[in-house]
Design a protein. Structure first.
Length: 97
């Protein structure tokens, strides 16, 4: 569970990254989840963009995806959201206490 201090720190990190995964009209697919899982393991923090042709609600989709991937929802702005999950093999982000 992220504290408000952790969440604030991660929001600052997310400011400088581009979305690397996208959700299209197909919605949340197994392929998307696999790609996102690999990205979370490699980067720990990932920004996801929901395409305009998708009918998904950003916050609902973000919370559902966080549950499915075992990650933490950090923030949602517009049609983008940020997820965080500490890497099992190669942790890079040191969260503040």
């Amino acid at each position: 569970m992220l504290t408000s201090k952790n969440r604030s720190y991660l929001k600052g990190l997310a400011n400088n990254i581009e979305a690397i995964t996208y959700i299209g009209k197909e919605g949340i697919t197994d392929g998307f989840l696999k790609q996102l899982d690999e990205a979370l393991e490699a980067r720990e923090i990932v920004k996801v963009s929901i395409q305009k042709n998708s009918i998904l609600d950003t916050k609902k989709a973000a919370n559902e995806i966080a549950k499915l991937t075992g990650s933490e929802f950090v923030q949602a702005i517009g049609r983008k959201f940020v997820l965080y999950r500490k890497s099992k093999n190669n942790p890079k982000i040191d969260l503040p206490n």
